[in-house]
Ligand binder design. Structure first.
Ligand code: SUO
Ligand code: CP
Length: 315
């Protein structure tokens, strides 16, 4: 693996899932592989899981880790080419990425969607600028349109907990008062489209994801109908793609409750976290044995380790 930015960087998903499961069984088997190698973790946005699990995975592989929060620890970075830099950004990504690439053997970047300009967000400017100028492999820690380390952890979790060979997996929109990115939902859909699952997306009118991410999924606008017989309920809020970045409704009837979970076939509840309790999903669901959110977050370590191993092997 050279870069890990989209699903297209994966050559064999089953093998990558197996790598994650192997790492979970034997975390320190590849300690020698990352010796004297350094990963830079660059954050333009907040993080708990991605930051800690990626650092842990790198350390399990014997790597050194340098973490930086852009705009707090470092200078603000200009992304646009050819501009007069007379604003609040003191450094251009051309120099910054190139310099980081000198200190690090690979660079991992988190840069969320701005949710103001759809074309700009969907061009993945920040990730692509790092790819262009860092001169080392780039790993996506959640970009404007995708969160592939999350999706790999989700695949691992579904593999571990499925009770039938072709489970029914439902990605459902949840209510939230803030506009959130589509990245987690896009990515989950992209990856589920490559799995042997019955995949359904449930969202209110006006919240359909971009067609290239929906793929062959069945989209329904009735949550109860989607939940019937489901094995996995994957909850996430996202702002509208059509009316880009807008909150069109906060309809609380889309919150996941135990009554909703009873429509499933003893289904499991998944969410990437952080989750706002009793707004997106009730305490009762999150605190029940049907919730997999902690196991899912734990699998972020093994997902990151599988990917970093693949990149190290290709250096
Ligand atoms: N990395 C996991 C999700 C990150 C982000 N959530 C958030 O920003 C939640 C913020 C809040 O609930 O205030 C998102 O939806 O893409
Ligand atoms: N799920 C996830 O990416 O969590 P963080 O935003 O805390 O990293």
């Amino acid at each position: 693996m050279t870069h890990f930015v989209t699903y297209d960087d994966v050559t064999d998903l089953n093998a990558l899932i197996q790598e994650g499961l192997n790492a979970k069984q034997n975390p320190f088997a590849d300690q020698a592989l990352g010796r004297n190698k350094t990963i830079g973790l660059i954050f333009f946005n907040s993080s708990l899981r991605t930051r800690m699990s990626t650092q842990k995975a790198a350390q399990n592989l014997g790597m050194n880790v340098i973490t930086m929060n852009v705009g707090q620890d470092s200078w603000g970075l200009e992304m646009e080419e050819g501009v007069i830099m007379n604003g609040d950004k003191a450094e251009h990504v051309k120099e910054a990425a190139a310099v980081v690439g000198k200190y690090c053997d690979m660079v991992a970047v988190r840069a969320f969607a701005g949710l103001k300009n759809r074309e700009q967000d969907y061009q993945e400017v920040v990730l692509n600028q790092f790819r262009k100028y860092a001169g080392v492999p780039v790993i996506n820690l959640e970009s404007a349109t995708r969160h592939p380390l999350q999706s790999l952890a989700d695949c691992i979790t579904i593999e571990e907990f499925k009770v039938r060979s072709r489970p029914k997996v439902v990605l459902t929109w949840l209510p939230h008062f803030k506009p959130l990115p589509q990245a987690v939902a896009n990515s989950f859909s992209e990856w589920m489209n490559h799995r042997d699952v019955e995949f359904v997306i449930a969202n209110p009118d006006g919240y359909d994801l971009a067609p290239e991410f929906v793929g062959k999924a069945r989209v329904v606008h009735n949550q109860d109908e989607a939940f019937e017989g489901a094995d996995f309920i994957y909850g996430k809020n996202w702002s509208s793609y059509e009316q880009y970045g807008q909150v069109l409704t906060q309809d609380s009837s889309w919150m996941v409750t135990m009554d909703k979970m009873r429509l499933t076939d003893n289904g499991k509840f998944m969410h990437c976290l952080p989750v706002r309790r009793n707004m997106k999903v009730t305490d009762e669901v999150l605190d029940s044995p049907q919730s997999l959110v902690i196991e899912q977050a734990a699998n972020r370590e093994w997902s990151a380790q599988a990917v970093l191993k693949g990149v190290l092997q290709n250096l």
